[in-house]
Design a protein around this ligand. Structure first.
Ligand code: ADP
Length: 476
């Protein structure tokens, strides 16, 4: 089983994709599957690679003068890893997709074409004489070409799965760049071509190339073949509904567990919640908020993008403040949202604390210290922070979409969807409920008892892989 992806926690992460690519192969290994990952050789990934052997050496691939593929392990991870060392494409400061100023790297087409090329050829058995997977599992647009190139391979036996972690990020490039991919021109045209509204789309390449498509929650799987959620790809998805499956993500208990989370000043669990009050007081203190156990403390840990619906939270803040609530927000992204949140924090420093940027330890301290975590997302493929909230006794308040609808209900949290209800209304409900400690604790405990580990997801994936292999063995 080869997982091809652009991110893997803790080496490189911009969002939930990284958490999944770290946890799913590990959970598959626990289930007895030989799962490995293929990653671009960003500096942080190469620095973590140990005990490696050279598998392939070449030149001239997508403009890279020198390309080496290495196989080894990444420090701190049990999952064997293939890493593409191509300094011309990956050896640079900045993020995996953007430079330090937030501009997309100009050669992203080449950077992720190379990832797809290696994914497909490793999967086809062309690259590593010692190992060939039965399944190629490609994640998000960055790995989309792997599915398509494998489908075109004349001698393919390997089956492929493509997972959509977020359909809104599609990897679109100018049509004029298509020749750089070195693919036959028939790959471009029609519903089953990778042309999309006058661009080349890596996401569409993944969708048309894979034998099966999955996404990260059952509700999102039902939403994306519709115009409201399909981001223009609903037609392609409708043509493949028989091959489209929703499998809910899990939480990695090695990373997110209040009983032994090393970022917390006090640990706790469902039987002994005292440590959580200490986490709350310390968080309030650290963030400059009034230290009050009776003030309901709401949290956001999120990318600040239109998707996350945080403009709705801005609208609801006057109600929250007037009712004695507090907010701590950790996030970065959209400049207008960043400055709007900075502004309200300046105006209400005792009630609103905003930290812009990416901070893993602080994310843990916020999830542990807050009373509730807010996700008013317009769409949400799965969402992980509401799952972390559930595990940490931090009650989720969510919009009823995608994975949020699948994981949060009235027994463990608060759910809204316009026009029946609004974020402002459920925040008020949550504040009223917080004032009834016995009921609030019952909700916290119910959430903490929900099982959102990876084993259930891993067994769903294993079943899907087996189905694909059986179908290949006995073509109808
Ligand atoms: P998405 O992938 O759309 O960003 P998810 O909820 O699936 O959303 O995953 C987000 C992940 O990124 C979670 O692990 C969350 O804790 C983390 N995260 C988001 N923003 C930050 C931040 N500013 N600092 C630290 N971690 C963050």
């Amino acid at each position: 089983m080869l997982h091809v992806a652009a991110e893997m926690f803790p080496f490189v992460k911009t969002g939930g994709l990284a958490d999944v690519v770290a946890a799913l192969p590990a959970a598959l290994q626990e289930a007895g599957v030989d799962a490995r990952v293929l990653l671009p050789g960003y500096p942080a990934v190469l620095a973590a690679l140990v005990k490696s052997r050279k598998v392939f050496e070449g030149s001239g691939l997508y403009g890279a003068a020198r390309v080496t593929l290495r196989h080894g392990t990444l420090r701190g991870s049990e999952v064997p890893a293939y890493v593409i060392d191509a300094p011309y494409l990956y050896a640079r400061d900045g993020g995996p997709y953007q430079d330090e100023t937030g501009r997309e790297w100009r050669d992203n087409l080449q950077r992720f074409a190379l990832l797809g090329w290696f994914g497909a050829h490793l999967a086809a058995g062309d690259i590593d004489g010692r190992w060939q997977p039965q399944i190629l599992h490609a994640h998000d647009w960055h790995a989309g070409l792997a599915s398509l190139i494998l489908r075109l391979h004349p001698a393919r036996t390997t089956r492929s799965v493509f997972t959509i972690h977020n359909l809104a990020y599609q990897g679109r490039f100018p049509l004029g760049d298509f020749p750089l991919l070195g693919l036959p021109s028939h790959c471009l045209d029609g519903l089953d071509g990778m042309e999309f509204h006058g661009d080349v789309s890596f996401m569409k390449a993944g969708l048309i190339g894979a034998d099966a498509i999955t996404t990260v929650s059952p509700t999102y799987a039902r939403e994306i073949p519709t115009a409201e959620f399909g981001c223009g790809l609903e037609g392609v998805l409708r043509s493949r509904t028989r091959d489209l499956h929703g499998i809910l993500n899990g939480v990695d208990p090695g990373v997110w567990n209040p009983a032994n989370d090393k970022h917390l000043a006090a640990n706790y669990d469902v039987a002994q919640l005292d440590g959580k009050s200490r986490c709350k007081a310390l968080l309030q203190q650290q963030m400059g908020l009034t230290v009050r156990s009776d003030a309901p403390l709401f949290a956001v840990v999120s990318r600040l993008s239109q998707q996350k619906g945080l403009d709705l939270l801005l609208e609801a803040l006057p109600t929250l403040i007037a009712s004695g609530g507090q907010l701590v927000l950790l996030g970065s992204g959209d400049a207008a949202l960043e400055s709007a949140f900075r502004e309200v924090a300046r105006a209400h420093p005792a009630a609103i604390a905003v930290q812009l940027g990416y901070d893993e330890p602080l994310a843990h301290r916020i999830v542990a210290g807050a009373d509730a975590i807010v996700l008013p997302s317009r769409f949400e493929p799965c969402g992980l922070t509401q799952l972390y909230g559930l595990r940490y006794g931090t009650v989720p308040i969510v919009r009823r979409v995608g994975g949020l609808a699948d994981t949060v209900d009235a027994a463990v949290g608060f759910v809204f969807l316009e026009p029946e209800s609004t974020l402002t209304a459920v925040l008020q409900q949550a504040i009223d409920a917080f004032r009834e400690p016995a009921l609030w604790q019952a909700r916290m405990r119910a959430g903490m008892r929900r099982d959102h580990g990876w084993s259930s997801a891993a067994s769903h994936y294993v079943t899907l892989y087996q189905t694909l292999l059986q179908a290949a063995a006995s073509p109808s």
